[in-house]
Design a protein around this ligand. Structure first.
Ligand code: SF4
Length: 282
């Protein structure tokens, strides 16, 4: 028996809420409409393991080959449903809801998909066909794979239109990357990747902050993070600073708690003092 349409709500950010493999609509109160998500990692595999990650059953690895025809068919169907009546066999949204943006934001690292450039091209084609070519297209990435040829090509396609990157930066030391992101890398490598990304496409840093075992990030870690940001600042569009809005899905979840709004505001002010635009979402 077909399931009844699921009403999309601002609370329901499940990737499968519309019953599709690659495309998921999210009703965003903050953005005032539907954000269309593109998940190129349907197998919940990422090359990182962030302790605050919200992906259920996350495992290490990369995505299987992307079925571009299926991605196009899903996005085309969703755009049609949204432009017609706000209804599809799988979901419903309040009438008159507008589409605000498209985000490559998956259950893993989007740039791990070799088909990333073709996926961006397909999205651009479908948006343009519906007169939506001016929508912001956004890549949410951990930045670790920007050196790949396919990633660089995809970033160039993204930049050719109204594209932007949100590049994850949660720490400024090797120990910090290992503790928070489960990855072995150095500040110099991260800085190089950030610069390479920003040279190809407008790039925001996105930083997630939280208390671990009741304690905020140590001052030495914050100082290293700010020093890295200061060096990258001239090439950046700004910084999005945010807390853990939805429950983490990893084993460390019970050790993580939200930091006070004032704590985030104070860090935001230190980032702003570097001459960077900063948004704060506790
Ligand atoms: S990079 Fe993103 S998807 Fe990968 S583990 Fe971190 S939060 Fe999860």
């Amino acid at each position: 028996m077909p399931r009844p349409p699921i009403p999309l709500t601002v609370e329901d950010h499940r990737r499968d809420s519309a019953g599709m493999r690659y495309v998921y609509p999210v009703l965003s109160r903050r953005a005032g409409g539907v954000s269309i998500g593109i998940n190129l990692n349907p197998n919940n595999a990422c090359n990182w393991r962030c302790i605050y990650c919200q992906v259920p059953d996350l495992r290490r690895g990369g995505p299987p080959p992307v079925e571009l025809g299926r991605l196009e068919a899903e996005l085309s169907g969703l755009l049609e449903a949204l432009s017609d009546a706000g209804e599809s066999p799988d979901f419903s949204v309040p009438p008159g809801t507008r589409i605000v943006d498209v985000a490559f934001s998956g259950n893993g690292e989007p740039l791990a998909a070799a088909e990333f450039p073709e996926a961006v091209e397909a999205v651009d084609r479908l948006l343009a066909a519906r007169g939506l070519g001016g929508l912001t297209r956004r890549l949410i990435t951990n930045g670790s794979l920007v050196g790949r040829k396919s990633a660089r090509r995809g970033l160039a396609v993204l930049a050719a239109g109204t594209g932007e990157v949100w590049f994850k930066l949660d720490a400024g030391t090797e120990a910090g990357y290992l503790r928070i992101n489960g990855t072995r890398t150095t500040p110099a490598t991260v800085l190089r990747r950030l610069g390479a990304c920003a040279a190809l496409c407008p790039t925001w840093v996105q930083t997630c902050v939280f208390a671990l075992d009741g304690r905020p990030p140590p001052e030495a870690e914050l100082a290293a993070y700010l020093e890295l940001l200061a060096r990258a600042a001239p090439s950046l569009a700004g910084v999005h600073l945010y807390g853990i809005a939805r429950p983490p899905m990893q084993a460390e979840a019970p050790r993580l708690t939200r930091l006070p709004e004032a704590w985030l505001a104070a860090l935001g002010a230190r980032i702003g003092a570097l001459g960077l635009r900063v948004t704060v979402n506790p």
